[in-house]
Ligand binder design. Structure first.
Ligand code: ADP
Ligand code: MG
Length: 270
């Protein structure tokens, strides 16, 4: 292990040489496979934000799915809390669910539109058999305060909330089981420009307050620069640059990274 890695402590999640192949059909109906992740290695540490940036189709969401245990690697190794996971059965997935949670681009993915916010937040606690009715209700109250929402949202359905409020509820739900890591896949891309900075600030505050490891995924390199300690640049399924943000963006070694830097107006300033 390198000195830098040992200073950061043991990784909460680590991918080593992970490949993901998808079976796709060619026009002549012969099975063809597409390598969506090509030998990638990444580590997520407590109290640090790993920014993952790359063009659309570069493999970011596939990497997110592997990091949350939703998708098994075709080859390579994955460690959660220092322990290698080889089979992704129900029991293992449940254990992984206590380590890491995800916030998607569109809060509708995480929230049933007809379910009261209160029920959406109680649900993960029930599924994991945590606490009793009283303690769950207390936890749900805490969660909405934690994400800066009034208690009244508990009795609303997602359709009655604004996009920013819905994303706050999705973040609250992601925090319900007190995970060590949050993976946020383009969490502000579907939101109005006016509320994007608020959601980014909320994620940063939560990371600090709860000492979380965070993976922040975006196609916008300026946002990633703003929020990340470490940065991984992805291109065509590969991690082509990886290291501390200042190093990666201060002296990018790849033309691709320079192109991203030159092309991107910050979403925070548009
Ligand atoms: P990004 O999030 O960076 O836009 P993705 O990880 O979604 O990229 O996709 C990476 C590549 O894998 C793309 O070429 C995409 O079309 C392909 N891909 C993603 N998911 C699947 C799937 N379930 N089946 C087949 N191909 C997929
Ligand atoms: Mg994506």
């Amino acid at each position: 292990m390198s000195t830098v890695a040992s200073e950061k402590g043991e990784a909460l999640i680590e991918l080593r040489n992970v490949c993901v192949d998808f079976r796709i059909r060619s026009s002549i109906l012969k099975p063809v496979s597409l390598r969506a992740l090509d030998t990638i290695s990444l580590a997520v540490h407590r109290g640090r934000t790993l920014g993952v940036v790359g063009e659309s189709g570069s493999g970011k969401s596939t990497a997110a799915k592997v990091l949350i245990g939703l998708l098994a690697p075709s080859s390579g190794q994955i460690f959660f809390g220092g322990e290698e996971v080889k089979k992704f059965d129900a029991k293992t997935r449940k254990r992984i669910g206590r380590v890491v949670s995800v916030v998607f681009q569109d809060p509708a993915t995480a929230l049933n539109s007809r379910m009261l916010v209160r029920d959406a937040l109680v649900d993960p606690l029930q599924v994991h058999g945590i606490g009793d009715d009283n303690s769950r209700q207390r936890r749900v109250s805490e969660l909405v305060s934690l994400v800066g929402l009034p208690q009244s949202v508990l009795d609303a359905i997602p359709a009655q909330l604004s996009g920013g409020q819905r994303q706050r509820v999705a973040i609250a739900r992601a925090l319900a089981l007190e995970p060590q890591v949050i993976v946020a896949d383009e969490p502000t891309s579907a939101l109005d420009v006016s509320v994007r900075a608020q959601i980014l600030n909320l994620l940063q505050d939560l990371k600090r307050e709860l000492n979380l490891g965070m993976v922040f995924i975006s196609h916008d390199i300026q946002t990633v620069r703003h929020i990340s300690n470490d940065i991984a640049v992805m291109n065509r399924g590969k991690v082509i640059e990886y290291g501390p943000g200042a190093q990666v963006l201060g002296s990018p070694s790849q033309n691709y990274t320079r192109t991203l830097l030159a092309a991107a107006p910050s979403l925070l300033h548009v």
